[in-house]
Design a protein around this ligand. Structure first.
Ligand SMILES: C[S@@+](CC[C@H](N)C(=O)[O-])C[C@H]1O[C@@H](n2cnc3c(N)ncnc32)[C@H](O)[C@@H]1O
Length: 217
């Protein structure tokens, strides 16, 4: 099964440098809707998730830029990339010197994509494919959360989990272009970047991606 998902990712993407993070190469697609249709056919599931994993989203792009400028945030540290999608933020963390990186995503195609993308960048990202939001925060030093505030239900579960991680001493870095459910009043802004996302679902080609940490209690 994993092999067929890998084959599907390879068939439907092209390896390209990421705009603004050219040192990272990802298996990327050009258009969301035809690929989504292909996923629905492949899985025989009309409710299959959008193929988030085939695109570099604005929030993750901002986080990647931040890590390139602030390698000290992750250098030598254990990093978890929550809602990893393509694995871009985990790969950016490894490029910045992270000791290890794990990508967490519930979409099985994301798992295949993270592995393929790690390989394309000559690094290794461990993959966790289950939903970890009802679990205790993981034993890591830094959690990256790139572009995960687009859905009310997800946002309502992510925030308490990130708070618990912060309360245990984990550094939390959030990257976001102003999605609807971003909990702005709990965040402290660290940086802002103009980013060029690879998905055609955005209303603008250039977006302002911001990087935040969770405000201390
Ligand atoms: C907009 S994409 C962001 C991907 C990547 N972080 C980036 O910035 O390019 C959101 C990702 O969240 C994942 N996701 C949704 N619910 C999740 C959950 N409960 N646990 C882990 N990942 C989840 C989706 O599968 C998708 O890959």
């Amino acid at each position: 099964m994993a092999a067929s998902r890998r084959a599907f990712v390879l068939r439907n993407t092209v390896v390209r440098p990421v705009p603004g993070l050219e040192e990272i190469r990802l298996h990327l697609a050009d258009e969301v809707l035809p690929l989504w249709h292909a996923v629905q056919v492949e899985t025989d599931d009309p409710d299959a998730d959008l193929p988030y994993w085939a695109f570099a989203w604005a929030g993750g792009l901002a986080l990647g830029r931040y890590l390139r400028e602030h390698a000290e945030a992750v250098a030598g540290r254990r990093v978890l990339d929550f809602a990893s999608g393509s694995g871009m933020c985990a790969i950016a963390a490894l490029c910045a010197g992270a000791a290890e990186a794990t990508g967490v995503d519930i979409d099985p195609f994301a798992a295949a994509s993270i592995e393929l993308n790690a390989r394309a960048n000559g690094c290794r990202v461990a993959v966790v494919r289950r939903d970890v939001l009802d679990e205790a925060p993981p034993d890591v030093d830094v959690i990256l959360a790139g572009d995960c505030w687009y859905d009310a239900r997800l946002a309502g579960r992510v925030l308490p989990w990130l708070r618990r991680a912060r309360d245990r001493g984990v550094d939390v870095l959030v990257g976001d272009p102003g999605r609807r459910y971003l909990p702005a009043d709990e965040l402290v802004e660290l940086a802002a970047y103009e980013v060029r996302t690879t998905t055609d679902l955005e209303d603008l080609a250039l977006r302002q991606g911001r990087v935040f940490t969770l405000a201390p209690v």
